[in-house]
Design a protein around this ligand. Structure first.
Ligand SMILES: Cc1cc2nc3c(=O)[nH]c(=O)nc-3n(C[C@H](O)[C@H](O)[C@H](O)COP(=O)(O)OP(=O)(O)OC[C@H]3O[C@@H](n4cnc5c(N)ncnc54)[C@H](O)[C@@H]3O)c2cc1C
Length: 352
């Protein structure tokens, strides 16, 4: 006989863990299934850090970021630890991008400051600028691995069952009922939330139509700062390719290119660093980050699951809720994405 519960969440990365936290803290009976071991490095949510910023050209994204920021503080208060370290964030490079982001900040009443290259270099001598710089004080560094662990711990504290190493869970839908099997257990929940990252199309097996998704294997690396007392903002250089970075304690200054990795099959992809990417980023760093040794250290690979317009897929189709919030920029919205998917799975009766 299948086991009964309200919701089964398939996939315990950022999205699944955040959804389980929201559902469990609302008293919903939730089971989370993760195919790999806790803390695995095969998906999109692993690693010490992620960049938090409000800097988007679309005012709606700025607003979403501000809403997420409030919910990060809710999560931190409940988890009893800091998960989003405020360091400030900056954008530089393409003036059209800066103008669009500045306009979105004004539209949403978000504070920002425009510095010229000399002023910015004086404030952050580790970085080089060729033009104006747009600074936003609420940006910062997310502790990614710690966040996924905290979300799962809090979900369990509220009564959720979180199972790791289950092997790939399989979903069978029949009219309005879905059953989920993993290993020798089967569940018949009222709703299934599928937050399977790069594996989403294979888990759904066509049961629900998805927009085209592209899975790429991205690479990050770190660089050792010469001055260990220097402060570093989170930064985006609107350049070809787009480069982002932040300070990662214990690893160095993280610097990486955005949407630059090869298209891969999530079950057949490289884990070691790509020498060409390491060389390209080291050359970039030698030119634009005078404050660090341009020798790449602590490289890591990670998967992007991207839509063509970088929009997130957060939808309900019958008994199935889909969560695919990636395109290389989803983590910063984690607590908001969790609430959105929880609302789709079990609409809240009272205030959220
Ligand atoms: C290199 C890199 C840098 C990034 N930098 C930033 C950043 O600075 N700021 C930012 O906001 N975002 C950033 N992102 C994006 C962010 O990390 C992702 O949007 C987010 O982690 C996506 O989480 P997810 O839960 O959708 O996917 P995942 O973390 O991949 O979770 C999916 C989980 O589902 C499991 N699963 C799949 N199929 C099954 C199955 N059948 N049964 C059971 N379990 C299953 C997988 O094992 C996996 O654990 C970055 C991403 C990468 C790769």
């Amino acid at each position: 006989m299948p086991e009964r519960c309200d919701v089964v969440v398939v996939g315990a990365g950022m999205a699944g863990s955040a959804t389980a936290w929201w559902l469990a803290r609302r008293g919903v009976d939730v089971v989370v299934l993760e195919q790999f071991e806790a803390g695995h490095r095969r998906g999109s949510s692993h690693g010490a850090t992620r960049l938090f910023r409000l800097g988007y050209a679309d005012p709606a994204d700025v607003r979403r970021g501000a809403d997420a920021l409030r919910l990060w503080r809710t999560l931190e208060a409940e988890a009893g630890r800091e998960l989003l370290v405020t360091t400030g964030s900056l954008d530089h490079g393409d003036p059209a991008q800066l103008a669009a982001i500045a306009a979105a900040y004004r539209h949403e009443g978000v504070p920002s400051e425009r510095l010229d290259a000399a002023e910015a270099s004086a404030r952050w001598p580790g970085l080089r600028f060729a033009g104006d710089v747009l600074v936003q004080p609420d940006g910062g560094r997310i502790l990614a691995d710690a966040t996924v662990a905290a979300l799962q711990e809090r979900a369990v504290a509220h009564g959720a069952e979180v199972l790791h190493g289950t092997g790939p869970a399989a979903i069978v839908t029949d009219a309005d009922q879905a059953t989920v099997r993993a290993g020798d257990r089967t569940w018949a929940p009222r709703t299934v939330v599928v937050t399977a990252g790069a594996w989403l199309p294979s888990v759904l097996g066509g049961a629900v139509s998805l927009p085209p998704l592209t899975v790429t294997c991205e690479q990050v690396q770190h660089f050792v700062p010469y001055d260990t007392t220097a402060t570093w903002p989170s930064f985006i250089h609107h350049h070809a390719p787009t480069v982002y970075g932040l300070f990662a304690p214990g690893e160095g200054v993280k610097v990486a290119t955005h949407h630059a990795g090869p298209v891969v099959d999530p079950d057949d992809r490289p884990f070691g660093p790509d020498p060409a990417t390491s060389a390209l980023v080291a050359a970039y760093v030698a030119e634009w980050l005078p404050g660090v040794d341009p020798t790449p250290v602590h490289p890591a690979r990670c998967l992007y699951t991207s839509t063509a317009d970088e929009r997130f897929v957060l939808e309900r189709h019958g008994p199935i809720v889909i969560g695919s919030p990636c395109s290389g920029h989803g983590f910063k919205f984690a607590p908001l994405i969790g609430r959105t998917l929880a609302d789709l799975a079990v609409p809240p009766r009272g205030p959220a």
